[in-house]
Design a protein around this ligand. Structure first.
Ligand code: HEM
Length: 133
């Protein structure tokens, strides 16, 4: 059986207190860094400021190393409930937008399509025949 993943709501995390459980959210995962506060190379203060928040953007903005991303697994305690998850690709907080398919491209690219030279050729032939034929 797959290991149970503990689920949290954003509300629960928002109620976190750095003194008892220093928890925050990164990429829909929940971390408890209580044991890491004093070891964080970026300092105690920044982590305490992130407690209770979704720190995905701040974490990504720093450009944390692969080592840091490996290390954070140690402090992961669960994830958000599905309703509270944001749409990320989980690899760095970048939102993946899907472009809805539409046909405007096809219509506007008529001039560059193969049809245009063909129509032009026919017109030229008709004109030539009319003038000189
Ligand atoms: C479990 C979560 C985290 C882990 C394991 C972690 C780990 C690390 C590590 C290993 C470094 C050293 C540089 C590197 O290897 O990239 C670092 C630097 C840093 N971190 Fe974190 N970090 C975490 C969360 C955060 C958060 C949420 C913030 C901001 C809100 C933050 C802000 C910083 C800053 C400002 C630096 C210093 C960057 C510099 O000196 O250029 N970290 N972190």
């Amino acid at each position: 059986m797959a290991a149970e993943v503990k689920k949290f709501t954003r509300k629960e995390i928002a109620a976190s207190d750095a003194k008892t459980a220093a928890r925050f959210i990164i990429n829909n995962h929940v971390y408890d860094v209580s044991q890491f506060l004093d070891e964080h190379p970026g300092g105690h203060e920044v982590l305490v400021n992130a407690v209770g928040k979704d720190a995905t953007e701040d974490f990504d903005d720093i450009g944390h190393s692969i080592d840091a991303k490996e290390l954070m697994k140690k402090y992961r305690i669960g994830e958000l409930v599905d309703e509270d998850k944001t749409n990320t690709n989980n690899s760095g907080g970048n939102v993946k937008w899907t472009t809805p398919s539409n046909n405007t491209e096809e219509e506007t690219s008529f001039i560059s399509s193969w049809k245009f030279p063909v129509v032009l050729g026919i017109l030229a032939t008709v004109l030539y025949t009319y003038l000189f034929g």
